[in-house]
Design a protein around this ligand. Structure first.
Ligand code: ATP
Length: 660
């Protein structure tokens, strides 16, 4: 879709021109180009590398420093057992369909989406409605020449069915998608062939640690597992006090089935993830929730999506949590902080929404999950996932390793508890179960209080009970009265033990950077159209363009002074001394998004004053070096804005030939 996607200034967005700017100004390119390039891998050139560093700096400040989080750096190479326990080995997969004739692999949900969207577009065309991204559409048609057909009008009921399918696609299982492919006769668009039913394919890159092959491993698909396994150290570091949060910025790897849409779906990407550990008995309240209660967010609920809607509702987070639309305060607090971060780095707030996960889309253990989605020319894209993962991860790792990933805290007052115990008679069970006796006792230990109570009644009435035991023949054992006893015992407890719940905001930095670049892009329509990247001064890769009015050796000393002062203030700058007109020099650097320009002219030689130009308005002020530098430093730190600087410093009317 580029459809109704508009630039910052409301112009039609032309992805071709935008992408050519990114290439020309070496923002990014596909990795290993001389060897033919690899899909889903990208190298960042100087502007994008620095933009990423600036965005990360703001992220660190906004989350790690302000929220007093504990930053971690964990290994990327991860042993097989860790990811087996977390569920990634069995479940971290996408569905794919194979074209049996060409061997092409297609991601099932993408295939359904592409085909139905194309049909809806064709229907629009047949009904004589305007197709906004006609150019893009033509390109697609050319590429898929075999399957391309003349515009086809759809029945109203079919159109509604397609629209509903698209709105609820995220909720589909593999079988559901198989049924949809059959029902709508969905075929490979590039060959017109029928495809095989969806099969699940794991997305992790497998490798091994050491040369023996005895230690299989994966490149991590998220940073989270390392943070969970550090829990005990973090608890110690925070003096046993909850809630606390860890944070990690690092690379993750996913062997995506069909990497596409540039930086939006890649195979190696930078993530910034927070794991906020909270006592579930606290109702997951957040100590700072009152400070954000009245902040409004655009929330697209599960109910709206189920009804086929896609318009978010503007609600305060207080209203959303009170009505239980957002499950708890901590989750709500993070949604607000995510929105504030996006505003800080210059995301267009009209192109941001929070979408609640559909029931099937959420992991079975998750209590609630919201994605922060950003609108780009590719449609709404998940850029941050914010999930309540409950106690799942700590529980499974604790069970697998026996390491207590839990909190033990003294009770204010000791309490009497009554509990059912379930105990094998060691003397009699040993000879009967031999090496399996331990497994039987472990199975009894794992029974809940309710089940123990029920079994005690069955044992009394029937003289025997049947218990599921993993790892023994038949998966069950029968226990007679003389082998097992269930007793109600009372004891005094002085400590409380619990496994914390985890709220996890997980940021994909590449997706955010790409969306940001689209959001700040627009075209200045003078005599010819010139592209501008309106990066906020806080994130702009280069902050200042220094331009001498002309090539003249008399400017050399002032240029040196200016450069030294900018270096001293740690302001990145670029000097453009090329022979072209000053206006041309400004406009070609507007494409790099340099927010400010300082001009050295003949008056500077006389009174040491300089002009300061604002990229977006092209307005200028004139003032002393000290005043100009102070204004630049403050604007780059986000402490003041151009409008305020312009109010304070004297305006300077640039001569037309300077800008022309
Ligand atoms: N292949 C990818 N390329 C770039 N960023 C990604 C990719 N996969 C995930 N991310 C980023 O990591 C964040 C957290 O990952 P998460 O596991 O929640 O994504 P996901 O639900 O698997 O994404 P999707 O459904 O789009 O594949 C996402 O919000 C996104 O910003």
């Amino acid at each position: 879709m580029s459809s109704d996607y508009k630039t910052l200034k409301g112009q039609d967005f032309d992805r071709g021109t935008f992408e050519s700017l990114l290439r020309r100004k070496v923002f990014l390119w596909q990795s290993f180009e001389p060897y033919g390039a690899v899909k889903g891998l990208f190298d960042y050139g100087p502007p994008l590398e620095t933009l990423e560093a600036e965005v990360i700096n703001i992220w660190r400040d906004h989350f790690i420093r302000t929220e007093k989080m504990m930053a971690l750096k964990c290994s990327m190479l991860t042993p097989y057992e860790v990811l087996k326990t977390s569920g990634h080995v069995d479940k971290f997969a996408d569905y794919m369909c194979k074209d049996p004739k060409t061997g092409e692999i297609l991601r099932s949900d993408h295939l359904i989406k592409d085909v139905l969207e194309t049909r809806l577009k064709s229907d629009k065309e047949a009904r004589g409605e305007k197709i906004e991204d006609a150019e893009e559409d033509q390109k697609k048609k050319k590429k898929h020449a075999k399957a391309a057909k003349a515009a086809v009008k759809l029945d109203d009921s079919v159109r509604q069915d397609y629209e509903h399918t698209l709105a609820t696609l995220d909720d589909c299982t593999g079988d559901d998608m198989g049924a949809l492919i059959k029902k709508h006769d969905i075929r490979n668009p590039s060959s017109g062939n029928e495809v095989e039913p969806p099969v699940s394919v794991n997305l992790m890159f497998q490798t091994q640690i050491g040369a023996t092959g005895k230690e299989p491993a994966f490149l991590r698909p998220e940073t989270a597992q390392g943070q969970f396994l550090s829990f005990q150290k973090l608890l110690e570091y925070s003096d046993g006090q909850l809630p606390f949060a860890s944070a990690s910025i690092g690379y993750s790897f996913r062997n995506e089935l069909s990497p596409r849409s540039g930086l939006l779906r890649v195979r190696e990407f930078l993530m910034a993830e927070v794991e906020h550990f909270v006592d579930p008995a606290s109702g997951k309240q957040h100590p700072k929730f009152h400070t954000v209660r009245d902040v409004t967010l655009p929330l697209l609920s599960r109910t709206t999506q189920n009804e086929g809607g896609s318009t978010p509702q503007a609600l305060t987070i207080g209203e959303a949590v009170d009505s239980k639309l957002v499950d708890n305060e901590t989750l709500g607090y993070f949604l607000v902080r995510i929105q504030a971060f996006m505003a800080k780095i210059g995301i267009d707030m009209r192109k941001l929404r929070f979408r609640q996960h559909m029931q099937n889309e959420m992991a079975h253990y998750a209590a609630d999950c919201w994605d922060c989605e950003l609108l780009s020319s590719y449609g709404w894209i998940e850029c941050v996932g914010c999930a309540d993962r409950s106690a799942y991860d700590l529980s499974v790792h604790m069970k697998a390793t026996g390491v207590p990933l839990q909190v033990r805290e003294p009770l204010k007052e000791p309490r009497r508890v009554e509990e059912w115990t379930a105990q094998l008679d060691k003397k009699k069970s040993g000879p009967k179960f031999k090496k399996d006796a331990g497994k039987v006792q472990a199975a009894l230990d794992g029974l809940s209080q309710d089940v123990r109570e029920k079994l005690s009644v069955s044992l009394r009435d029937e003289g025997k009970v049947s218990v599921d035991v993993a790892g023994v023949e038949g998966g069950k054992v029968e226990l007679e009265k003389e082998l097992v006893s269930f007793q109600r015992e009372s004891r005094t407890e002085t400590m409380r033990e619990y496994i914390p719940n985890v709220i996890e905001p997980s940021f994909g930095i590449g997706r955010i950077l790409y969306s940001l670049m689209e959001h700040v892009y627009w075209t200045r329509e003078d005599d010819i159209a010139r592209s501008v990247m309106s990066f906020h001064p806080t994130v702009a890769p280069i902050k200042v363009l220094v331009v001498p009015l002309q090539k003249d050796t008399r400017f050399a000393t002032l240029l040196q002074t200016l450069s030294d002062r900018l270096d001293e203030d740690q302001i990145s700058f670029r000097v453009d001394q090329s022979g072209v007109s000053i206006g041309k020099r400004y406009s070609r650097n507007d494409e790099l998004g340099i927010p400010f320009g300082i001009t050295v002219d003949y008056q500077s030689l006389e009174d040491n004053s300089f002009t300061l130009r604002d990229r977006d308005s092209t307005k200028q002020v004139r003032a002393s070096l000290d005043e100009i530098l102070e204004a630049v430093v403050r604007m780059c730190k986000g402490k003041t804005r151009w409008d305020e600087v312009r109010r304070v410093l004297p305006a300077f009317e640039s001569k037309e030939e300077q800008e022309g």
